[in-house]
Every structure is written in C-alpha cells, then in structure tokens.
Design a protein around this ligand. Structure first.
Ligand code: ATP
Length: 237
C-alpha cells in the first residue's frame, strides 16, 4: 500500500498573462520524499514551483494544491509560507550588507520559528565558520547553503529548490546533495528543479518530467537514470 500524498498537485493550469504555461499538471509528493522535477528549458518547472508557492505571478486558473489537507490553491504566498512552503529561488536572494548570521536571524523574526542557529551550523559547518562574514561575499556554493539554511530557520515542511546546483563545482554539488539527504531524513519534503538532471536523479526518490507544460513521466528516479531513450527524449542527457 502507498502512503497518502502529503503534497498533492491536482490538474493545475497556470498562466503568465494570456500565456498558458502549466497545462493540466498533476503529481503527488509523499512526506519526507525528494522529488526531482525535470524537463528541458522552458518546460514549465519554475512556473510550477512558483504556482505551488502561490506567488502572484503566474496566475493559477484551474486545479487544486493540497498540503497536508490544507488548500494551498486558496492561499496567498504569505499564507502558503505560513503553512510551511519555502521557495529557494535560482538567484538565492542573499541580503547584501548582512552577515551570514543576520541573514538567518532575519528569517527568524516572524513565527513560526524553525531550526535553531546551533542546529543549522551543525548541518552547515561552513556557515558557522563564516557567521560574521557578509553573506554576499560567500562563494556560490556557500550562498546556496545559506539560502537553504534560511528556509530551515523558518518552520518549514516543504522545500522547493530552483536550480540549487547552478554554477557550482561537482565537489560542492556533492556536498549540498549530502546535506539535502540529511534534511530529508529529518522529515522535510523536497522538490528539486535542476538542469543537472543526473545529480538531481541520484539524490531524488522519484522524478516527474515535464514537457511543454505537461507531465510525461512520473515514477522512480533510478529508472530514469537507467532509461537512455527517455533521457535523450526529454532531458537531452
Ligand atoms: P528554465 O530551466 O529555462 O527556467 P523552466 O522549465 O523552469 O525552464 P519556466 O521558467 O517555467 O520553464 O518557463 C516556462 C515558460 O513560461 C517559458 O516559455 C517562459 O518563456 C515562460 N515564462 C516564464 N516566466 C514568464 C513571465 N514572467 N512572463 C511570461 N512568460 C514567462
């Protein structure tokens, strides 16, 4: 028997103005699972993440999104955030002029407060070592760690990661992947959108592949790694 879905995306249709981008997409994510959301450039991955996080743009015109029995489709972005959704965008949004620690503390101003700084520094020792350093002077990999850590500093249930490996050296990708699997083991549910599909598939439990705004695959991540034809057709790898 399969566990009931924790996050359920059901027949969603999202628009930027009159552009119909996410076209009747459905998938489930189980609690404590890492789902890789993959597909070529322009397939609609970022738009799907932004829809789940209930950003003002794109506009969700049809469908439902449920998080642990709560109707996200009826919420504004701040309500989705309070319900436990955290979107870590591609550009990371580290606040200049603030130290690593101040970036984390800022996330903890409003309740519900999540992980303590001690717990965060235990998971990301590099951030602990650099806690007094201006956040924007960190390396790309460290900035990505800070962006993830800042999400954990709030009380989140679901982590939506948009291209977390972008521009990072393979050794740093490995380090972040290891951290993400520890975060999963601590009960956080994750959706990862990533151009580096192989790295995402190695980390993920399951994969959903989008092509021109529709789901073309929803099954184990391992099977995608083993299926050359599928990879060539939809991922160009
Ligand atoms: P990529 O990896 O290239 O970011 P993606 O799968 O994340 O690809 P999206 O960013 O979701 O794709 O974009 C899907 C489509 O929506 C593209 O055709 C894109 O041009 C369009 N789009 C994205 N953002 C906007 C916007 N703000 N206004 C209008 N159209 C947009």
């Amino acid at each position: 028997a399969t566990a009931p879905a924790y996050l359920s995306v059901w027949n969603i249709e999202s628009y930027y103005g009159e552009s119909y981008i996410v076209q009747d997409v459905s998938f489930n994510v189980h609690e404590g699972e890492i789902l890789a959301l993959l597909g070529r450039n322009g397939a609609g991955k970022t738009t799907t993440l932004r829809t789940i996080a209930r950003m003002d743009n794109p506009e969700l015109r049809h469908g439902e999104i449920w998080l642990d029995h709560k109707p996200l489709h009826k919420m504004k972005s701040y309500e989705a955030s309070q319900a436990g959704i955290a979107l870590v965008p591609e550009d990371r949004r580290i606040i200049p002029g603030l130290t690593v620690e101040e970036n984390l503390q800022l996330a903890q101003i409003a309740p519900p407060i999540g992980w303590s700084l001690e717990r965060i520094y235990e998971l990301f020792p590099r951030l602990g070592e650099r806690r007094k350093q201006d956040g924007v002077t960190l390396s790309g990999g460290e900035q990505q760690m800070l962006a993830i850590a800042r999400a954990l500093a709030r009380d989140i249930k679901v982590l939506l990661l948009d291209e977390p490996y972008e521009g990072l050296a393979p050794v740093i990708v490995q380090e972040i992947a290891k951290t993400l699997s520890i975060i999963r083991d601590q009960g956080i549910t994750t959706i990862i959108v990533e151009q580096n599909a192989v790295a995402a598939l190695k980390l993920a439990d399951r994969a959903v592949i989008l092509d021109t705004g529709s789901v073309v695959y929803d099954d184990s991540a391992q099977k995608v790694l083993e299926d050359e034809k599928l990879r060539a057709q939809y991922l160009a790898i």
